[in-house]
Design a protein around this ligand. Structure first.
Ligand code: MOS
Length: 724
């Protein structure tokens, strides 16, 4: 399989990320953040900062860069724009912007700012907020917070549970987390006669361009966002960031290019992260394992802006298993914490920890193999929907996974190996397959290359490489002839790298655009005065062919004195959504070793087997899945953003916020069962961006139970949880 087309640029440091852009005359903006979690700013003494060396301007909510509110049409509500309000609603909220000739001058001046607050008590505990939690409409489709589907004659989910011969119930919780992408959020903003250009890492280009235009009150056509390379995003770069808003507004105010980058510590608070969750799950079953009742009640923390509610129950329980009776609720607990947003498998990642732990507990209560229990409750489509899955090879994932992993050798009580207790666990993974409306422009050039371009982004996913391959296939030319292009809002709208949609969206649109481009080319070939005037031509191998004669598209363009010929093609979700439901599927397997005396838990083997439709480039797809699976181990054993009583994150830096290092991760085995799903889209690809993380944390907890007999219902699982 071909390697990433942008690999050499990245590993040699030549890929230019947002803050790498050097514009003559640039000044530097440093973001100032709040040191309380709740209250009002009553005064900010910025005299010393204004007089500090090199300082050009100091902006605060008292002397703001005026911006307009930004609507989020897809999710309802408004996106937060910095410095518009004296109200502080979380610790680490941007409350100032110091612009100076150098970064160091801006930072040093920022340290001298004295802020006076009228402080109010901060709500910081999701547990304390459970009683007063609000029912939350569920993004992105605004589903009702409460769904109940009962069999005929059943009065309530409680009755269904009471009538179930075997019942398990548990309360599960998952930690607050943060994306912590390698590239901190940053922006370089430049105004000229054409308007504003912002170099900033983002999962799209058109969305931040639209948001900045709204905030600044200028036409969208006058804002260009450029992001050819993005150093990780994972949901945390879906919207314009605080540095982007501030740099753009300050650059206009000062008539100078402004660069701004968050520090690593600021990334944890001045951008949005993942909710903490509490979930109560009850499962009732027949003795043969058939599910009679599933109850899943969820509480997710959110900021006081209520921008996003992590939908843990909705993303799992209605879809994963067939059940006769279902009742789910989703509540949000607004806290004085930074805003919450999507993070890799928002909903499915923490939701699957609860549901898949509960399924393991049910298997144990039934004395049944956990794979067998899952096979017996196969869902043919989401609950309460007539639309069946377009394709589902989950059973094959379980079977192949069990074989590859040696599941048959697992004993219900684990085994011992010297000082280590060894256990195996598994879990299901699912993630919806979707698409974004996408337009692709294809340009044949006279040097026999073809450009395939769209305004989306490759935040490290491999999308650029996939575009090259699908472009080559659709144009019947070599991949080395294709120049994929992404990451600029002036390109045709390309959706976003979010929701695991990009490959399916972009590939479908390329196939349509390629047919258009070939039509344009053959029309040119047969036009008056052209080499194939009046002939019936065909197109193959990058050549126009007729009557035993052929020319490459480059030769044809040169012969007709054209440098290039372009066409666009668009694709969007359509009629297929009225016929089927769409999802990727997977089976996760983990072996853990828990040290008998120190109680340290180590993952010693891991395997994921996935049905994600057609895999276009196995190398980049495998990397996506591996990254997700490793993140699942991280969620299970490492990651937690801990909130102090006053609302400050105790560990908002990469010393305190634990993520796994190479020594924590064994070899990762990834396997794909490949069944192209052309009911979903013409390319047959379903999406691999997020499903890798799903189920992993439960698989670890289930393996730890197998090894030790200790059921831990929260993540991350710590040594102290495993003491006898
Ligand atoms: Mo993402 S969490 O697919 O933006």
């Amino acid at each position: 399989m071909p390697s990433r087309v942008d690999g050499p640029l990245k590993v040699t440091g030549r890929a230019k990320y947002g803050a790498d852009n050097v514009v003559p005359g640039t000044v530097h903006g440093y973001v100032v953040v709040s040191t309380i979690a709740h209250g009002e700013i009553t005064a900010m003494d910025v005299t010393a900062a204004r007089n500090a060396p090199g300082v050009i301007a100091v902006y605060t909510p008292l002397e703001p860069l005026v911006m307009q509110p930004v609507q989020m049409p897809m999710f309802g509500g408004e996106w937060w724009v910095p410095l518009q309000d004296k109200e502080v609603i979380y610790h680490g909220q941007p409350i100032g912007f110091v612009v100076a000739e150098t970064f160091e001058q801006a930072r040093d001046a920022a340290m001298t700012i004295e802020v006076t607050y009228a402080e109010r008590p901060a709500a910081t505990s999701i547990e304390d907020g459970m009683d007063t939690a609000e029912m939350a409409p569920v993004p992105p489709r605004n589903a009702p917070p409460e769904i109940t589907a009962l069999a005929d004659g059943v009065e309530s989910i409680e009755d269904a549970l009471a009538a179930s011969p075997v019942v398990v119930e548990g309360t599960y919780s998952t930690a607050t987390q943060h994306h912590v992408a390698m590239e901190p959020h940053s922006a370089v903003a430049v105004w000229d006669a054409d308007g504003l250009t912002v170099y900033t890492g983002n999962q799209a280009a058109m969305f931040p361009a639209a948001q900045l235009a709204q905030a600044l009150g200028v036409e969208e056509a006058r804002v260009r966002v450029v992001n050819p390379f993005v150093g990780g995003a994972f949901g945390g770069k879906a919207f314009a960031s605080a540095p982007a808003f501030l740099a753009a507004a300050a650059a206009r105010d000062l008539d100078r290019p402004v660069k701004s980058a968050l520090t690593r510590e600021q990334v944890f608070t001045a951008t949005a992260g993942r909710a903490g969750t509490i979930q109560k799950v009850a499962l009732g079953a027949e003795r043969d394992g058939t599910l009679i009742a599933v109850r899943h009640d969820s509480w997710s923390s959110t900021g006081l802006d209520r921008a996003f509610t992590e939908p843990t129950s909705h993303s799992t329980s209605p879809e994963w298993y067939a059940t006769q009776n279902l009742a789910i609720t989703q509540r949000r607990v607004p806290l004085n914490v930074p805003p919450v947003t999507f993070m890799r498998a928002p909903g499915e990642a923490p939701g699957s920890f609860a549901l898949e732990s509960a399924m393991d507990e049910l298997a144990i209560a039934l004395d049944m193999d956990p794979i067998e229990l899952r096979l017996r409750n196969n869902s043919t489509g989401p609950s309460g929907h007539d639309l069946k899955w377009s394709s589902k090879y989950l059973d094959e994932c379980y079977r192949i996974g069990a074989d590859r992993f040696g599941w048959a050798s697992r004993s219900p009580g684990g085994r011992e190996d010297g000082d280590w207790l060894v256990g195996m666990g598994m879990a299901t993974a699912m993630f919806p397959a979707g698409r974004f409306p996408t337009t692709i422009r294809i340009t044949f050039r006279d040097d026999d290359t073809a450009e395939v371009a769209t305004g989306g982004a490759d935040p490290g996913t491999g999308l650029l490489t996939v575009m090259g391959l699908i472009g080559a296939e659709s144009l019947d030319i070599g991949p080395d002839q294709v120049k994929p292009l992404l990451g600029d809002s002036v390109l045709p709208p390309g959706g976003m790298s979010g929701g695991s949609t990009a490959t399916a969206s972009v590939s479908s649109a390329i196939m349509i655009a390629a047919a258009q481009a070939i039509d344009e080319l053959t029309a040119l070939a047969t036009s008056a005065g052209a080499p194939f005037e009046g002939q019936e031509v065909s197109y193959e191998d990058g050549r126009v062919v007729a009557g035993g004669r052929s020319m490459t598209f480059g030769e044809l363009l040169r012969a007709t004195n054209r440098m290039s010929i372009s066409a666009t093609g668009s694709s969007a979700p359509g009629e297929e959504t009225t016929k089927h439901s769409f999802s990727s599927f997977g089976a996760q397997f983990v072996e853990v070793r828990v040290h008998k005396w120190t109680r340290e838990a180590r993952v010693s083997r891991m395997l994921g087997v996935f049905d994600a439709g057609r895999i276009i480039n196995e190398k980049v797809a495998r990397s996506q899945i591996m990254g997700g699976m490793i993140w699942g181990i991280s969620a299970a054993l490492h990651e937690s953003l801990d909130i102090e009583a006053n609302g400050r994150f105790a560990n908002a830096d990469l010393a305190g916020y634990l993520v796994p290092v190479n020594a924590d991760i064994p070899e990762v085995d990834v396997h794909f069962v490949q069944y192209p799903d052309t009911l979903h889209n013409p390319s047959g690809a379903k999406g691999v961006g997020e499903i890798g993380v799903v189920g992993m944390a439960a698989a670890v907890a289930n393996a730890i139970y197998n090894a030790t007999g200790i059921r831990v219902r929260h993540i991350p699982i710590m040594i102290e949880d495993l003491l006898d």
